[in-house]
Design a protein around this ligand. Structure first.
Ligand SMILES: Cc1cc2nc3c(=O)[nH]c(=O)nc-3n(C[C@H](O)[C@H](O)[C@H](O)COP(=O)(O)OP(=O)(O)OC[C@H]3O[C@@H](n4cnc5c(N)ncnc54)[C@H](O)[C@@H]3O)c2cc1C
Length: 423
């Protein structure tokens, strides 16, 4: 213990150590720093400019709850390009099931959570631009030490602190450690907590393209027997495309010429938006579901994909991670003891995590099921939602991220600021 004490004295003590500066790690670091906590944010990859070719070109849908959180954190400003989604069109290729959700018709439910004059379900952002906006806030935040390039290689929990070791041998002391280090989380592996893993045998191919007859502020989700296809509105009549299919089909699709890609997109999506042109380069992502029922152990918590990774159908993954960030900040603000805060966090977030994973998994499996009967039942579900306002209301609430219990930081205009600092 002497050696540990000596190194503790050498190190600057932090309130929180955050491993991973992806979208979730960056957001939780900012939230904790905003409450006055001292944060070390550790990330192996140095930030690259948004124009760099290796950057994440995904088009992400942020729901209203996420928009509220990121606005409170100062990440969402007029400088971040966003396109509001006012209509969602969901249908099924070659069968029963068609649903249109219009934010204006659900104005009463949406309340003042979005713009009362032009209500929306969520907003579309480019992942790289969101990452850059988060990075700018982190750079300007004096309570965050951003250690990059650096990698957490291990940690030890003590009665009153947690000590993380970086790959270069540096040791850091904090009141708590957050593993926000993605799907293959090292922190999760070292914690040795139970994780359920499912491989969908599918990949997502993402790119964007121009539509000849764009429908402004309208997002499309089309279920095909091979997998869902989403078209998300961007500026100037372009659409972000998320095309999901079995690995082998995506292997092949990645080799098509742009012309062949656009022709096949047309065949899969139909004529509704006119002809497609000007395809961007493509990126691909293998799809899994990962669930960690108990993402907390003592002074260590897992957040984002490190804890729960979901299929991208209906755009829930980051939104769930951000609701977890909001719940985490609420819990840390409410307790003066870090392990107690983490227990509260785990308890309060379990239901939403379970429900969101179940929801995305059901959608992903039902509409791509080998049995036409099961796919037909999925279509019937859509038709029922179209006919039954109570079902639609539930869908709208969950699309907007209004799942109970709702963390303070996901509400519009909450009074946020310094509060107790958990130790
Ligand atoms: C095709 C596709 C489309 C999607 N669309 C949407 C959408 O529209 N809406 C939505 O809500 N969600 C969407 N998602 C899900 C969303 O992208 C993820 O949920 C989200 O990006 C997870 O963020 P994260 O920060 O938890 O993980 P990551 O983005 O994986 O970040 C983890 C970070 O940890 C770092 N790291 C790794 N190891 C270490 C270590 N040892 N030490 C320190 N740092 C480490 C990594 O470098 C990385 O920066 C989509 C996913 C896919 C695949």
């Amino acid at each position: 213990m002497d050696g540990v004490s000596a190194s503790r004295a050498e190190q600057r003590p932090y309130d929180a150590l955050v491993s991973g500066a992806g979208l979730v790690g960056s957001a939780v670091a900012l939230g904790l720093a905003r409450m006055g906590q001292r944060v070390a944010l550790i990330e192996p990859h140095a930030p690259a400019p948004v124009s760099a070719p290796e950057h994440d070109r995904r088009t992400l849908v942020l729901n209203a709850a996420s928009i509220n959180l990121l606005t409170h954190l100062g990440v969402i400003t007029d400088r971040l390009p966003r396109v509001p989604i006012e209509r969602i069109v969901i249908n099924r290729q070659g069968g029963l099931g068609h649903l249109i959700l219009d934010a204006h018709e659900h104005r009463a439910l949406i309340g003042d959570d979005t713009d009362p004059e032009r209500p929306y379900f969520g907003q579309v952002v480019v992942a790289a631009a969101l990452g850059e906006a988060l990075q700018a806030c982190i750079t300007a935040q004096p309570n965050i030490d951003c250690l990059t390039p650096a990698t957490v290689s291990g940690f030890v929990q003590h009665a009153d602190a947690v000590e993380a070791t970086l790959a270069d041998g540096t040791r850091l002391i904090g009141s708590g450690l957050i593993g926000a280090d993605g799907n293959a989380s090292l922190i999760r592996q070292l914690l040795n907590v139970a994780t359920e893993h499912h491989d969908y045998g599918q990949s997502a191919m993402v790119f964007n393209c121009q539509a000849a007859r764009p429908q402004p502020h309208t997002a499309f989700e089309r279920f095909t027997p091979q997998g869902p296809l989403a078209l998300l509105p961007q500026a100037h009549g372009r659409y972000g495309v998320v095309w999901i299919d079995h690995h082998r089909a995506i292997d092949e699709a990645m080799t098509w010429s742009d012309e062949a890609l656009l022709d096949r997109l047309q065949a899969r999506f139909g004529p509704r938006l006119g002809a497609f042109s000007k395809a961007s380069p493509r990126q691909r992502y293998p799809l899994i579901q990962q669930r960690t029922p108990q993402p907390v152990d003592g002074r260590v918590a897992l957040l984002g994909n490190a804890a729960n990774a979901v299929h991208p159908v209906s755009a829930q993954g980051l939104n769930l991670g951000l609701r977890d960030v909001a719940g985490f900040i609420d819990a840390v603000a409410a307790h003066s003891d870090w392990p107690e805060a983490l227990q509260t966090y785990q308890h309060q977030r379990a239901q939403d995590q379970r429900a969101t994973l179940r929801y995305t998994d059901t959608l992903a499996r039902t509409f791509a099921h080998r049995s036409g009967l099961i796919r037909g039942l999925g279509g019937l579900g859509l038709a029922l939602h179209a006919a039954w306002p109570a079902l639609q209301n539930r869908l709208v609430r969950s699309a907007m991220g209004f799942r109970e219990p709702r963390a303070e930081w996901t509400r519009p205009g909450s009074s946020l600021g310094a509060s107790k600092v958990a130790r």
